[in-house]
Write a protein that binds this ligand. Structure first.
Ligand SMILES: Nc1ncnc2c1ncn2[C@@H]1O[C@H](COP(=O)(O)OP(=O)(O)OP(=O)(O)O)[C@@H](O)[C@H]1O
Ligand SMILES: [Mg+2]
Length: 609
């Protein structure tokens, strides 16, 4: 069995009862389908006026003779009706039997499908749920190399493909083969000689069909991959629309897009070609076999006289009854191949090992008492080392500022403190607990983070700010906005805190977004605040507002402030000057100025601006 099928079974296990009911209904469906075909036989008999003259009800004598028992019972009633009410009533009786068996066949078919739908949609829901959990659980480094669109395609497209094509397996293994089996049994019962032909036909056509299906899985995996790329292109183009338009780069992105859709075009065409071949080919092969049957069987009827004509027509009906499921199977087996390729992509994500995880015996740290220590940290994202033997102590209640040239590793420290990344060497201790020994939930509960790029979601101001504290009242939200110096602009908005701020907060200015992200951290009210100040040059008025906001927030709190505007951090308890991942100077504003080193040069440069 394919590995991906094995992996999907646990998902279906939850819907056991539906599986059982589906199987039961499908068995009944196949049974009535076969009986329906057999029921054509008495109709024909009555029609041609050569029904068997059974004048008394037969005795039941064992399962072995069930065929002739049922046959005789039926013809007893046919006779009885014919003699008492006339032949048209006998015809009505036999035709009604056909109608009822087909009614039951389709009723059970419907019920079987109902249960299948429940399984399909249930597994789809569970897979999506599990996938989303995994996606947000995976650490930040995982997404450094991945394209967002690829993950989206797996989450939305591939999961869907799994449900659409994959659950054909259930039909494939229950419904259709049973129809074939029941029909075959009846066919053997009618004429074993004729049935030999069918037995020769099945493996031959199975072989041809599987030959065509072989290359299909690889192709559809490629197509799904391309699909991921396509979604990425759309996603990136839309989120960078200002740059696309501002740089007249529409044609560049259009070209990337058309390159991708053309590759998809070729791939899907070649997949389609094979898919389309499946049913006409099996139909043709089927008709060839039926024709041979007609020829050979016709001989048995006409020349040999060893087969009853009506029985032979019912037999052909049964043979056709095999053809339809055979067609469905060959078609489904192709689609299952697409589904398997999709399932593989889904499980690839579900099985990624999470490199940043809680230890089994991780402790819950719900209080910050003394100090944060960074001890001899070495860190690199890739090859090049970003932090070299970096040590720093941040005592409780103090503000430590990190300054230094762009790329010196300031934001990296914020990434490490919040454990978005793990250090390569050395350790980070909070009150002497290595943060690797602490649950991530409790660690992140202790810290408030204002990122360099103010991250906003499409929603109202209130929703965006309440993220860190879902119980907060409107009043709390307004208080936080006041501390962050944001209320003065929010109160002027038409709907106040209920105003929608657009996709990623597009309807707001850079400084406004910055103050909202500060308000978000304020509302969370964590003991440790990590502020990565945005580099965007604000005008003096907004700068003062943001600076006041920061100062308000830092009061009575332990803060790590990454600053680009040195004016913001003059009051910091300690200023750490970084260069290429190392500390070159540290001290208070006054001490560093007096020293006349790197910091004083930076201050001089900024006051010139
Ligand atoms: N996700 C990442 N993957 C690989 N390298 C990265 C990643 N993030 C940052 N870097 C690299 O690490 C180095 C330090 O980056 P960092 O973001 O810490 O700088 P910074 O001091 O915050 O700079 P800025 O003042 O411009 O914000 C840079 O050379 C950068 O190229
Ligand atoms: Mg930075």
């Amino acid at each position: 069995m394919d590995e991906n099928i094995k992996k999907i079974i646990p998902f279906a296990r939850k819907y056991k009862t539906h599986v059982v009911w589906n199987v039961i209904h499908n068995i009944l469906y196949a049974l009535f389908g076969t009986i329906g075909m057999v029921m054509i036989f008495p109709v024909l008999k009555v029609l041609f006026g050569n029904e068997e003259k059974v004048t008394k009800l037969p005795d039941y004598n064992g399962l072995m003779n069930i065929g002739s028992y049922l046959n005789d019972t039926l013809f007893y009633y046919v006779n009885h009706f014919s003699e008492t009410y006339g032949p048209d009533y006998a015809l009505l009786l036999t035709v009604s039997l056909v109608v009822f068996t087909f009614l039951f066949k389709n009723l059970f078919g419907y019920l079987g499908l109902q249960h299948l739908t429940k399984i399909k949609t249930g597994v789809l829901r569970d897979l999506r749920e599990k996938m989303f959990k995994k996606i947000i659980e995976l650490p930040i480094p995982y997404y450094s190399e991945k394209r967002k669109g690829d993950v989206m395609a797996r989450m939305l497209g591939d999961v869907n493909e799994v449900q659409n094509s994959f659950f054909m397996v259930l039909e494939l293994i229950v419904k259709e083969p049973l129809t074939i089996l029941f029909s075959l049994v009846s066919m053997i019962y009618i004429s074993w000689k004729l049935t030999l032909f069918v037995f020769i036909f099945i493996p031959v056509s199975g072989f041809i069909i599987s030959r065509i299906g072989k290359s299909l899985k690889g192709k559809s995996a490629k197509a799904q991959q391309e699909n991921g790329f396509l979604i990425s292109v759309v996603e990136e183009t839309l989120s960078g629309l200002k740059v696309v338009k501002g740089y007249n780069a529409e044609s560049f992105f259009s070209n990337t897009f058309s390159g991708s859709i053309n590759r998809l075009y070729k791939l899907t065409n070649s997949i389609g070609k094979k898919n389309n071949l499946a049913s006409p080919m099996s139909e043709f092969l089927g008709i060839v076999v039926i024709s041979i049957l007609l020829f050979y069987g016709g001989n048995l009827v006409l020349v040999d006289k060893s087969l009853d004509g009506s029985l032979f027509i019912a037999y052909i009906g049964l043979a056709y009854n095999i053809l339809t499921p055979a067609k469905a199977i060959s078609k489904a087996s192709y689609q299952v191949k697409n589904g398997l390729a999709a399932a593989e992509r889904v499980f690839e994500v579900l099985e990624v090992e999470n490199t940043i995880q809680d230890k089994v015996d991780a402790i819950v740290l719900d209080d910050f008492k003394n100090e944060i220590q960074l001890k001899n940290i070495n860190f690199s994202y890739g090859e090049e080392s970003v932090l070299k033997n970096f040590s720093l102590t941040i005592p409780k209640g103090k503000t430590v500022a990190l300054v230094g040239q762009s790329g010196s590793g300031k934001s990296t420290i914020a990434n490490l403190l919040t454990r978005f990344y793990d250090v390569n060497n050395g350790k980070i201790l909070i009150d002497n607990h290595n943060i690797k020994d602490v649950t991530m939930k409790s660690l992140r509960g202790l810290t408030g983070l204002v990122t360099q790029d103010s991250i906003m979601f499409n929603g109202t101001i209130k929703e965006n700010i309440r993220l860190g504290n879902l119980e907060a009242t409107d009043e709390d939200v307004i208080n936080a906005l006041k501390i962050a110096n944001a209320y003065e602009f929010v109160k002027d908005l038409p709907e106040g805190i209920e105003t929608n701020i657009g996709d990623s907060g597009n309807k707001l200015s850079g400084g406004q977004k910055q103050r909202l992200s500060i308000a978000r951290a304020v509302l969370k009210n964590p003991p440790i605040m990590i502020l990565d100040e945005a580099t965007s040059a604000l005008d003096t008025e907004s700068e003062r507002l943001v600076q006041d906001a920061l100062e308000n927030m830092m009061q009575n709190r332990t803060s790590v402030v990454i600053a680009h505007r040195l004016s913001t951090i003059q009051k910091a308890d300690k200023i750490v000057v970084m260069q290429k991942g190392e500390i070159v100077e540290q001290g208070t504003h006054e001490e560093l100025l007096a020293k006349g080193g790197t910091y004083s040069k930076l201050v001089m440069m900024q006051s010139f601006e």
